[in-house]
Design a protein around this ligand. Structure first.
Ligand code: GGG
Length: 361
């Protein structure tokens, strides 16, 4: 008789942070724990919850501990909620936590699938006629979010301040995210990569982006390509989404387009995201695309699907693709049965959606 497989325990740092982040991370954890409980001991999650976020900032003057990256470094993955609260300036909270982790751990590929769920009405008229499913691949380490620039008032006097916000495009940064997008496209039914540019107006960084895309594309002759201006791509998301498979874009452009994509799928509350360090030198971080939603925080009505789908992406990353597929199927069964939160036209609470997903596992 062969010995049973050794149990695999994954050490996960949970960082719920702010607002609905607290509710949706609890939701995702409940689903993953239910999955582990049903695995006959094959795998388990060892959670460490960290209290960082805007409340922590109000108490300590820091969004996370000074040695926060050292604390996180040894984990198998990070499970993040949402950052931002009206008491703390948004640029302080974002740079003090989420961007500090993404950039500190070189999580240079941000993968944001746009998925359409059964039972969820899309504002796109043609969503019922075409199977729609595409992925936004966001450059997550430089571009418009390089944090370069400064403000200067010097002798100009009040009302005359100047500010520089400089975008950084490196050939290496462009190339690695584009190769990632092409490799991803090769795993999909439609082998196509759409590059989002603005090189007509941004003649330095975006021209380097375009030239790198053309060069990288030559190594993937089996993958169809197109290069589309960001304004035209916004229109295409609405008018011709069936033409999309993998969309690769710079940090800011992809941030905007992925929100548009999830809104077209029905709600931002549905959208999942993985901040990957593909070389696995550092832990990767999984989080819903949505923010902290102070208007509904603490009421138990936040949509947990984005956070649970992000947990499914984490399962893929941890080498549990069958379990990830089970979670995705349970989500589809839940929305298909009409168990929906208010943002997608239903009346269910966060807990009711979580219970239905667990029931459907
Ligand atoms: N869970 C995602 C989140 O907390 N987002 C907050 C935010 O403002 N993000 C801006 C960005 O991702 O660029």
């Amino acid at each position: 008789m062969s010995a049973p497989p050794a149990p695999r325990t994954f050490r996960i740092a949970a960082i719920p942070a702010d607002g609905v982040g607290i509710e949706v991370v609890a939701a995702g954890r409940a689903v993953l724990d239910a999955l582990a409980a049903g695995s006959d001991g094959a795998f388990a999650f060892d959670w460490t919850e960290l209290p960082w976020g805007c409340g922590y900032y109000e108490r300590t003057g820091r969004m996370m501990d000074e040695d926060g990256l050292e604390v996180l470094r040894g984990f198998d993955a990070l499970y993040f909620g949402a950052v931002g609260w009206p008491s703390v300036p948004d640029h302080v909270s974002l740079w003090g936590l989420r961007l500090k982790i993404c950039q500190g751990f070189d999580q240079w590929a941000n993968v944001r699938p746009v998925r359409f769920h059964p039972g969820v009405e899309s504002p796109l008229r043609r969503a019922d006629e075409h199977p729609l499913d595409w992925v936004v691949v966001r450059e997550n380490s430089e571009g418009e979010y390089a944090g370069l620039g400064g403000r200067n008032l010097s002798a100009r006097g009040p009302g005359n301040e100047v500010a520089l916000q400089t975008a950084l495009f490196t050939e290496r940064g462009c190339e690695r995210i584009m190769r990632f997008a092409f490799d991803l496209a090769r795993t999909r039914a439609v082998k196509k990569v759409s590059s989002v540019t603005k090189s007509n107006a941004q003649q330095y960084g975006m021209v380097l982006w375009d030239e790198t895309f053309e060069r990288v594309a030559r190594d993937y002759p089996d993958v169809t390509t197109e290069s589309v201006l960001v304004d035209a791509m916004a229109a295409k998301f609405v008018l011709r989404p069936e033409d999309l498979s993998v969309v690769v874009a710079s940090n800011l452009n992809a941030d905007i387009l992925s929100d548009l994509g999830s809104a077209l799928a029905g709600s931002l509350g549905l959208a999942a995201s993985a901040n990957l360090n593909p070389e696995r030198r550092f832990p990767s971080m999984f989080e819903p695309v949505h923010g902290s939603a102070p208007d509904i925080a603490g009421r138990g009505v936040a949509n947990p699907i984005g956070a649970i789908s992000s947990a499914a992406m984490m399962l893929d990353h941890l080498g549990l693709p069958d379990q990830a597929a089970r979670v995705r199927a349970a989500i589809e069964a839940t929305t298909g049965a009409g168990v929906l939160t208010g943002d997608i036209g239903g009346k269910a609470t966060t807990d009711e959606v979580v219970a239905a997903v667990i029931e459907n596992l």
